[in-house]
Design a protein around this ligand. Structure first.
Ligand SMILES: N[C@@H](CCC(=O)N[C@@H](CS)C(=O)NCC(=O)O)C(=O)O
Length: 245
């Protein structure tokens, strides 16, 4: 059985892996989410991170333990899951294209995070509020349209015209794009209400993923951690407007 190692109280980057595991119907242990008495909790994650016996140590959570392998980097974990659970095409070009889309999503995730922490991830939000406001204006005006516009274009150009990003089947990249839309709606509700209609294919893909039976069940379950102010997607009233500056 797979062991997912990630922070126990946030969706964060771990959620992109959880979405793939849940959609594939794969059994996994979300290690740090177990009770402390059963070896879970943040301490367990810290302990796992400080393991001295790992010859190939991951840089940061999430990582996935699959048999003897310890696989770090969200996009790399998804590359692995895509291959083993039919969540991506099996030909080289299709596999790389899906991975490329995921790496672009990874870039977007960094920018989404940096809106509320533009100066330092380890510093309090309140201590970088002015910079966060400036960053948020630029993010809303330039970066959200650029990324969402890109994915709309990819959906539009998919030769299979399937409504999915790659070929005619749901891949982990589609699951990740769902999570991006869900997160942006939570963090920037005013902005999203104002701009969503410009990206009809992205929004339709979100709805289609949400309606997949295993995903619907997962989203209703207590395995899905609610969005909160510690994750990557954070709702701060002062960072959300219908437009950018
Ligand atoms: N590029 C890595 C980034 C991993 C990462 O930044 N993880 C965060 C949690 S979402 C973390 O714990 N970072 C600790 C740090 O950067 O010091 C990935 O996509 O998995």
């Amino acid at each position: 059985m797979y062991q997912l190692h990630y922070w126990p109280t946030i969706q964060g980057r771990g959620e992109f892996v959880r979405m793939a595991l849940e959609y594939a119907g794969v059994e996994y242990a979300d290690v740090a989410r177990a009770d402390e008495k059963d070896g879970g909790g943040e301490d367990a994650l810290m302990k796992a991170m400080n393991r001295k016996d790992l010859v190939y140590p991951p840089f940061a959570p999430p990582w996935l333990e699959a048999g003897d392998m310890v696989i770090g980097q969200t996009a790399n974990i998804l590359l692995y899951l895509g291959r083993h659970h039919d969540l991506a095409p099996h030909d080289e070009a299709g596999e790389l294209w899906t991975h490329q889309l995921q790496l672009t999503i990874a870039d977007f995730i960094v920018e989404i995070h940096d809106v509320h922490h533009p100066i330092g991830a380890g510093q309090y939000y309140e201590d970088q509020l002015d910079e966060a406001k400036r960053r948020a204006g630029d993010f809303r005006k330039h970066r959200v349209p650029k990324f969402l516009g890109y994915f709309e274009k990819v959906l539009d150009r998919n030769p299979a015209s399937s409504g999915c990003l790659v070929g005619d089947k749901i891949t982990y990249a589609d699951l990740s794009l769902f999570q991006i839309v869900a997160g942006l709606r939570y963090a920037f509700p005013k902005l999203m209400r104002a701009i969503e209609k410009k990206y009809p294919k992205v929004m339709a893909l979100h709805d289609r993923i949400e309606a997949q039976p295993r995903i619907t069940a997962y989203l209703k379950s207590d395995r899905r951690i609610p969005f909160n102010k510690e994750g990557i997607f954070r709702h701060y009233e002062e960072l959300d407007e219908a437009a950018g500056t």
